[in-house]
Design a protein around this ligand. Structure first.
Ligand code: AMP
Length: 114
């Protein structure tokens, strides 16, 4: 199977504005931001979406969520708030089949989302 777009970003085969990375996750700015701050945090492991994550991914996913909050704070979103979003499947608007957590912040968000 070919690499996903986001695997290519992890491996620096295509450029991205990376704001954080470690041995398990990479965070980079979304190419089409939907808020003043819009960053994607992805596992290096190409899990297609949360619906296909396994029990063995539990520690990785915990790490990813904690890092998303840390990245949000590092980008100045800690005080006013931010939203973390996982889009799973067609109805949710998922477009890239490599699990990614959106960090959205820098403006007031509506609820419920559209
Ligand atoms: P989703 O709709 O939840 O699957 O989110 C996929 C996100 O990836 C969208 O917000 C896109 O703007 C973003 N995206 C697609 N290609 C790139 C890229 N090359 N670099 C950064 N973000 C990207």
């Amino acid at each position: 199977m070919g690499k996903t777009l986001f695997e290519k970003i992890c491996e620096k085969e295509i450029p991205a504005d990376i704001v954080y990375e470690d041995d398990q996750v990479v965070a980079f700015r979304d190419i089409a931001p939907k808020a003043p701050t819009h960053v994607l945090v992805i596992p290096r492991k190409p899990i297609p979406r949360i619906n296909e994550a396994q029990l063995e991914d539990q520690a990785l996913l915990g790490h990813l969520i904690l890092k998303a909050a840390e990245v949000a704070r590092s980008l100045g979103l800690g005080d006013d708030g931010f939203r973390l979003v996982l889009n799973n499947g067609r109805d949710a608007g998922e477009t890239v089949p490599h699990l990614h957590c959106h960090i959205l912040g820098g403006r007031k968000m509506d609820w419920p989302p559209g």
